[in-house]
Design a binder for this molecule. Structure first.
Ligand SMILES: [Zn+2]
Length: 233
């Protein structure tokens, strides 16, 4: 399953469409996770349509602008970022219109979020949600965590949440993002052989000399020795 154009909707964040307010504000969390997710996807080569409107005249207008942005740009997939509110609840869930491609993708992304320690509340039907119902492409709405739950909000980190969603997207859409995955999982070393230069190694691994110098604490970029292990990502 491949995509080239992803629509990302940062939930609420405009007049007439305010988010929930718990221990933290949903607007703020959606914005932080959403912008980080957009950055990661763009860095991985995806075209990302940010569907979040800058202003709205009503709740309908806010939701409709999001849908129109995704539809008019012919996006391949739509992801809306939200945080839940319900006294006593905690964990993550993904809403979609069941039975199609969206459900399959939701089931790949949600376990990535639970790996961070959030309770997996499951993939649920969201047939009545405006943005899911009216987008032309497969669409999901992620309730990342509960903004009023001490369990979820204690040490909540938008960066790791965005990274988990991004990893799920990479898995679902077969995007090779080794450059962007956590080093512990994806670190690769190259052993220097005769004739190598930092420049030739950089070229064959699609990186730059300065990145190699930085990753390996190399003092002199012109001096590498045969047998030396060079971290290439
Ligand atoms: Zn919301």
């Amino acid at each position: 399953m491949k995509i080239s154009k992803l629509a990302v909707d940062i939930g609420h964040n405009v007049q007439f469409d305010g988010g929930a307010v718990g221990i933290r504000s949903e607007n703020e969390l959606n914005y932080e996770v959403g912008t980080k997710l957009i950055e990661k996807c763009r860095a991985a080569g995806l075209t990302v349509i940010n569907c979040t409107p800058s202003s709205a005249t009503s709740l309908y207008d806010s939701l409709n602008q999001r849908v129109q942005a995704a539809n008019s740009n012919n996006s391949d997939f739509f992801i809306s970022i939200h945080h839940n509110l319900c006294t006593g609840g905690h964990g993550s869930e993904i809403l979609c219109i069941p039975g199609g491609r969206a459900e399959g993708i939701a089931k790949i992304i949600l376990p990535e979020i639970s790996k961070l320690g959030f309770t997996n509340r499951g993939v649920k039907a969201g047939n009545d949600l405006f943005v899911l119902k009216n987008t032309n492409m497969s669409a999901i709405l992620i309730e990342c965590a509960f903004c009023d739950s001490p369990v979820d909000m204690n040490n909540y980190n938008p960066e790791t949440m965005a990274e988990a969603i991004f990893k799920g997207i990479c898995k679902a859409f077969e995007i090779n993002a080794s450059e962007h995955c956590s080093p512990s999982e994806q670190t690769n070393y190259y052993t220097v052989v005769k004739g190598d230069t930092l420049s030739s190694i950089a070229k064959s691994y699609g990186t730059t000399i300065s990145k190699l110098v930085q990753r390996n604490n190399i003092k002199d970029a012109n001096l590498i020795v045969i047998g030396q292990k060079v971290r290439v990502n």
